[in-house]
Design a protein around this ligand. Structure first.
Ligand code: AHG
Ligand code: MN
Ligand code: MN
Length: 332
């Protein structure tokens, strides 16, 4: 008899068997994230036909134009979690302040980038969602930011949904990284990549080369070094940049390599957000054996000051990230 496919719920419950302190609620929380993935994937499959492309005409706290799909994705997270009884606070790239959910005593806090890669919405290119899960010890009986703004090492789970050729849910609860592929015909996520390990070194780099002239010289020298002919070190590397962090990091997680959104001369903090892009992806990549740094320190050790603070992100295979750090720190 063919091996019965392992569903997300079964896998999480089996994972919890090894960790009795994690209650069944956690498996429901991850399943709810999967539900958001199914709902957004459904919208995206026909986005060109149901008038949900384009912009809302608003700009968000990031000062970025809000795409209709950004708003739809954010609202879907709110609708799925506000009455779930699992999450006491939802923080999102698309909302200036964290949103208190109905059940103030719920034990988890959820931070999301509800739609990652928004510049891809109208051109049918890959998109993602990124999530970070934290424990709330005090519920809502305290200024929410105090409990939210903890270092990435305090996350209890993190992951992403990739809206690509197939819809995938990739997450870690601190016991390795596992990938599930949505089987649309039955609406179930089935285990497709158990215990993902990132190669220690790759031959792909992912960066917006258009910003080259804005980078400090160490960063420029690192990127230059990837382009010289050097068979011994597998150079030159291939450039692959999709405009969606989740898609680029997913490629690197499976095949090795490095993604960079570095600090720039006039924007040393870079573009990506620490709390719901850098931290969750850093947890995933470290759990798979890779590294994630600002260029000078480990992403997961950054002390957050503000919910939407930006951070330079250099993430991927351990050897490649260490090499980039050496150049950026002038040690190469
Ligand atoms: P978001 O759509 O959530 O704002 O994220 C976009 C991010 C990331 O997904 C992507 O790698 C990067 O911004 C692209 O930025 P540039 O267009 O400046 O290269
Ligand atoms: Mn994003
Ligand atoms: Mn986004």
């Amino acid at each position: 008899m063919a091996k019965f496919p392992i569903t997300l719920s079964r896998f999480i419950i089996e994972q919890q068997a090894a960790h009795p302190e994690a209650t069944g609620e956690f498996s429901v929380l991850l399943t709810q994230i999967g539900l958001v993935g199914k709902m957004i994937a459904h919208d995206l499959r026909r986005a060109g036909l149901n008038k949900i492309l384009g912009t809302t005409g608003e700009t968000n706290i990031q000062g970025e134009v809000v795409k209709k799909l950004d708003q739809i994705a954010n609202d879907t997270f709110v609708r799925v979690f506000e009455h779930s009884g699992l999450v006491c606070v939802l923080a999102s790239e698309e909302m200036e302040k964290p949103l208190k959910m109905v059940h103030e005593g719920a034990k988890y806090m959820l931070l999301v980038d509800p739609l990652d890669g928004s510049s891809n919405t109208d051109v049918n290119m890959p998109l993602g969602a990124i999530f970070s899960i934290r424990r709330s010890k005090l519920g809502q009986r305290q200024p929410v930011e105090d409990e939210l703004l903890q270092r990435g090492t305090e996350q209890i789970a993190a992951g992403y949904v990739l809206y690509g050729a197939s819809t995938m849910l990739v997450f870690t609860v601190g016991q390795g990284v596992h990938g599930f592929t949505l089987e649309p015909s039955i609406g179930e996520y089935l285990l497709s990549n158990e215990n993902i390990r990132i190669p220690s070194k790759g031959k792909v780099y992912s960066v917006n080369e258009g910003n080259y002239h804005r980078w400090p010289s160490g960063t420029q020298k690192y990127l230059d070094s990837l382009k010289v002919q050097d068979k011994a070190t597998g150079r030159p590397y291939s450039g692959r940049y999709s405009g969606c962090l989740v898609a680029d990091v997913h490629r690197i997680l499976l095949g090795g390599g490095i993604y960079l959104y570095p600090g720039e001369n006039d924007k040393p903090e870079g573009k990506l957000r620490l709390m719901y892009e850098g931290n969750p992806l850093a947890m995933v990549v470290e759990q798979a054996g890779g590294k994630a740094t600002t260029g000078t320190m480990r992403i997961l050790d950054v002390e957050p000051k503000a919910l939407h603070q930006r951070v330079p992100l250099i993430i991927g295979s351990a050897e490649d990230v260490s090499q980039a750090e050496a150049y950026i720190q002038g040690r190469a």
